[in-house]
Ligand binder design. Structure first.
Ligand code: G3P
Length: 223
């Protein structure tokens, strides 16, 4: 299973990269808006800096609507770095763009997927990745991980190369469920990546071992 980080923060990306478990990065316009980026040029430079930290796919999102505009924008983003994957919205225009970009060899991540049929459409159009948003479904009382299960089930009937990125992750439980289902990738917020390695019994165990070791050291010094 691959772990991506879902952020545009260079600090968070560097910190997650230092853990040695990071396979890629996903960004979106909301995450970019949290950084001090005020020009298109600054945005493109920022994406380039991310690509220099992580040796893996880096998703950068297109904001155009029509297929021709999406294609032009995607080509500009893909030219930033070979690691760039262009995020395309799950719309009919988006599907036209994905088909054409896939034929050009430009990698795509179809975003804002909320149904298995949308996932199937994107895979048929030639998407490299699809991103079902689990947290946003949970937020409105639907079972987000149920969608991932359904997509994986549909994909298992065919030979699509499209990989499933579990996105809009809110908690470690989403990551665990994604791994149990065999999802290809989870794109995880920085805070949740930190939570994955932690357990209160680990902390308590370390503390009690250290306390006991201090007693042993005290005995050493008396001899
Ligand atoms: O990767 C998509 C993700 O950034 C959306 O997350 O938390 O805004 O629903 P969220």
């Amino acid at each position: 299973m691959k772990f991506f980080i879902d952020t545009a923060s260079l600090k968070e990306i560097q910190e997650a990269h230092s853990l040695g478990v990071l396979d890629g990065v996903t960004t979106n316009p909301t995450l970019i808006a949290r950084e001090s980026i005020d020009t298109r040029d600054a945005f493109e430079k920022h994406i380039k800096m991310i690509c220099e930290i992580v040796d893996g796919p880096v998703s950068a999102e297109c904001v155009s609507s029509s297929a021709p505009d999406l294609i032009v924008e995607a080509r500009t983003l893909a030219a930033i770095d070979p690691h760039v994957v262009v995020k395309i919205p799950m719309t009919t225009e988006g599907m036209k763009a994905v088909r054409s970009l896939s034929e050009e060899g430009i990698k795509t991540n179809v975003t804002l997927v909320f149904s298995a049929l949308q996932g199937l459409m994107a895979a048929k159009a030639g998407a490299t990745y699809i991103s079902p948003f689990v947290g946003r479904l949970d937020d409105i009382g639907h079972e987000g991980m149920g969608l991932v299960e359904e997509i994986l089930d549909v994909f298992s009937n065919y030979l699509f190369e499209t990989e499933v990125i579990v996105a809009s992750i809110r908690s470690p439980l989403h990551v665990l469920e994604a791994a149990k289902m065999g999802a290809d990738i989870a794109t995880i917020p920085f805070k949740v990546i930190g939570q994955l390695a932690r357990h209160p019994l680990t902390d308590a165990g370390i503390q009690s071992f250290l306390d006991d070791w201090r007693k042993v050291e005290k005995d050493f010094s008396m001899k």
